[in-house]
Ligand binder design. Structure first.
Ligand SMILES: Nc1nc2c(c(=O)[nH]1)N[C@H]1C(S)=C(S)[C@@H](COP(=O)(O)OP(=O)(O)OC[C@H]3O[C@@H](n4cnc5c(=O)[nH]c(N)nc54)[C@H](O)[C@@H]3O)O[C@H]1N2
Ligand SMILES: Nc1nc2c(c(=O)[nH]1)N[C@H]1C(S)=C(S)[C@@H](COP(=O)(O)OP(=O)(O)OC[C@H]3O[C@@H](n4cnc5c(=O)[nH]c(N)nc54)[C@H](O)[C@@H]3O)O[C@H]1N2
Ligand SMILES: [Mo]
Length: 637
């Protein structure tokens, strides 16, 4: 059978799976041109996740402080009854559906939205992950969709900028290696990707914008850029030139920590090899993220690429699955990064959560948890496991896994649509099954709420002119790329961004310094064996150490393996220290969003819930500062 890994991950692997003697067996589909028949360490352990004893079997209802197992009928009736009650008393907008990419299957991700659109419920806008970068790329190119990564075959150089591709985009990284591309990394941390790269440029946090502008200056000053391309296709080049030419490379070097010669070398070789840049999602989650992406995005255009970056890939139109037309009132979209505010100010009375674990993944957990405890909100969570979010819910509904249903999925990295066939049976129900049950309990008659998964899939494929029969043959189909234009006000690549100016930003990317109340910058990037909070309970060892440079440790009398308290204005946690030169002085690192119920804490008890206001209210996890003290210091508990 063909399976498709539905995790929130660039690669979206095509998998061949089998159920034999009660055991699920998975291997990579060797035919897939990018994922090529090997699985990442997390993917190889999918059977462990599928067979996990932790999987929820029956719905749970909270009574007092306890959860009691109940029948599906009772749980669904209670959900329907509460929905009706809240809508009657507070209006349909007091119902908020909170979902993210825990499972990216087209049906599984969108079908529940049909119910909430039908009910005219409030929705969230998805700003937790990649928003600032999306906005920045739209400012320059009118789209965040870059080059088809399969075209890397035709290129010589890829720069991984603020992305730890060896962990988060392994198949993309291997694809570049196999096709003999030169690989460079720009990061604050000497990551596993940096260690496997031909060149590594180590920048200080938030200084990417300056680094990119410095590189642009050298390219322009030394006449290394593609003059013909720029003359024809770029809007505002002369003004941009005047802007960057004024920059002092010594200043750039002083701020970024990159030597002037290295900046020049970057510019010269990047221009000569006409580099493509994979702009990461990770690093743009900061107050400086939007401006940084805007500056970086200019570099591939300077060397003559029409869309010489990789960021997002919107392959197919999935709107049919969501059926927004079921609404009779305009959609009230609450910015995802204002969830806590929306709970605090009493707007939300009923919260329905699926495909997400915000009580692990959301920033500033103390504030979110306090808001949830204080306000009387009815919370329903649909998940495979009793997650931290489930523990905060009134009703918990068991979900099944993608091995148990039919679905299709596209990727935000490559241009393939994948088929996912049911191969095994386990406990729980899919997101669409649960939606149909709630709709029925509410007495809704609308046929869109009862369409089968297969019907939805067929219609979505039809709308995108993809043949289902073709998809069934190999398990994947490539989406052809049409003629592409820059969807900007001038119809050109806008170095002078009119869209940014409209939002009150400077026409050119600006460098700003950000400072917190505490001395150490806390980064919380991805961990190799988890996908955000997923697999913590199934995939074994979790690395919850705080990584610190020996210099910062010495100043604090901290040694390798010491227990420490990490704290700031949002909270405090206790963990162990790992000393490493991979993290520069002034920066500490703790991997993101593990299960609080297993550790007793996670990094999101420290992270900031500030937003990048002018860039779509995107999240700013990395704009967090902390202090660290050794346990056992006088007065420290
Ligand atoms: N194994 C694994 N894979 C995953 C995930 C996972 O949790 N685990 N999560 C998935 C999801 S949801 C996403 S969004 C993607 C994210 O994928 P990535 O973009 O690779 O994510 P991160 O590791 O969070 O961040 C990338 C890098 O940004 C660096 N960084 C932080 N601040 C700065 C800065 O100011 N400048 C520069 N240049 N670099 C900086 C960090 O050191 C880190 O190495 O991965 C997806 N894939
Ligand atoms: N500190 C810090 N925190 C971060 C980040 C960071 O860089 N630093 N990164 C942020 C980013 S990029 C993202 S994208 C968010 C992601 O944050 P979340 O959206 O919370 O993602 P996950 O932790 O993957 O949780 C997904 C949940 O969906 C469940 N699930 C899986 N399959 C199904 C299904 O078929 N049906 C249902 N109903 N549930 C299912 C899983 O069991 C899991 O509990 O986290 C953010 N949190
Ligand atoms: Mo993400």
């Amino acid at each position: 059978m063909f399976s498709a890994c539905m995790r929130d991950c660039y690669d979206t692997c095509s998998i061949i799976s089998e159920f034999r003697n009660g055991k699920l067996i998975v291997k990579g589909n060797p035919e897939h041109p990018i994922t090529r028949g090997f699985l990442c360490p997390k993917g190889a352990l999918l059977p462990r996740w599928f067979h996990s004893k932790d999987r929820l079997k029956l719905p749970l209802i909270k009574e007092g402080d306890e959860f009691n197992e109940t029948s599906w009928d009772k749980a669904i009736s209670l959900v329907a009854e509460k929905l009706k009650e809240m809508i009657k008393e507070y209006g349909s907008e007091s119902v908020l559906v909170y979902k993210y990419a825990g499972d990216r299957g087209v049906v599984n991700y969108y079908f529940p939205m049909r119910l909430f659109h039908y009910l005219n419920a409030s929705t969230i806008d998805g700003g937790i992950c990649d928003r600032a970068g999306q906005e920045a790329l739209k400012d320059i190119y009118g789209t965040a969709v870059g080059v088809d990564p399969e075209k890397l075959k035709e290129h010589k150089l890829i720069v991984y900028w603020g992305i730890n591709a060896f962990w988060t985009n392994l198949h993309g990284f291997m694809f570049a290696k196999r096709n003999n591309l030169e690989i460079w990394t720009v990061d604050v941390v000497r990551t596993e990707t940096a260690k496997r790269s031909d060149k590594f440029f180590q920048v200080r946090p938030d200084t990417d914008v300056l680094f990119a502008l410095g590189v642009a200056k050298v390219m322009i000053e030394e006449n290394l850029y593609d003059e013909d391309f720029v003359r024809e296709n770029v809007y505002g080049f002369e003004e941009f030139k005047n802007y960057v030419i004024k920059l002092s490379l010594n200043y750039v070097s002083q701020e970024t920590g990159v030597e002037v010669e290295e900046i020049r070398e970057f510019a010269r070789e990047f221009a000569e090899k006409k580099g493509i840049i994979h702009i990461g999602y990770g690093f743009q989650r900061s107050l400086a993220g939007g401006e940084a992406v805007r500056a970086i995005a200019i570099l591939p255009a300077l060397v003559g690429h029409r869309f010489g970056f990789i960021y997002d890939m919107k392959t197919i139109d999935k709107s049919y699955a969501e059926a927004k037309f079921l609404r009779t009132k305009p959609e009230l979209r609450i910015p995802q990064m204002e969830l806590t505010e929306a709970i605090e100010d009493g707007r939300v009375k009923f919260l329905y959560i699926y495909n997400s674990n915000p009580l692990a993944s959301y920033p500033n957990q103390n504030r979110l948890r306090k808001a949830l405890r204080k306000n009387d909100i009815f919370v329903v969570t649909h998940d495979i496991f009793l997650t931290d979010t489930a523990l905060f819910s009134d009703v918990v509904l068991p979900a099944n896994t993608f091995f148990e249903r039919l679905d299709i999925v596209d990727s935000y990295y490559h241009r393939y649509v994948l088929l996912n066939e049911p191969v095994a049976k386990g406990p729980g129900k899919s997101n669409s099954e649960v939606t149909r049950l709630i709709a029925k309990a509410l007495g809704i008659k609308n046929p869109y709420l009862y369409e089968s998964d297969e019907e939805v899939i067929r219609k979505v494929l039809e709308a995108n002119r993809i043949s289902f029969e073709e998809l069934k043959k190999k398990g994947f189909v490539k989406i052809p790329e049409g003629e592409r234009k820059w969807n900007t006000p001038s119809g050109k690549i806008e170095f002078y961004s009119q869209r940014a100016v409209k939002r009150g930003l400077s026409p050119f990317p600006e460098y700003k310094k950000f400072k917190g109340k505490y001395p150490l910058r806390l980064l919380s990037p991805t961990y190799r064996m988890t996908v955000t909070s997923q697999y913590h309970n199934t995939h074994g060892i979790i690395d919850s150490n705080l990584y610190m440079n020996p210099k910062d440790a010495a100043e604090r009398g901290i040694k390798d393996g010491d227990e420490v308290i990490v704290f700031n204005e949002n909270g405090k946690i206790k963990t162990k220290i790992k000393l490493t030169e991979d993290v520069p002085p002034g920066v500490v690192l703790l991997y993101k969003a593990f299960w609080v119920k297993l550790l007793g804490w996670n990094v999101n008890f420290l992270t900031t819930d500030k937003k990048v206001e002018k860039y779509g209210k995107g999240s700013a996890f990395h704009s967090t500062w902390v202090e660290v003290i050794r346990c056992g210091e006088p007065g420290v508990k």
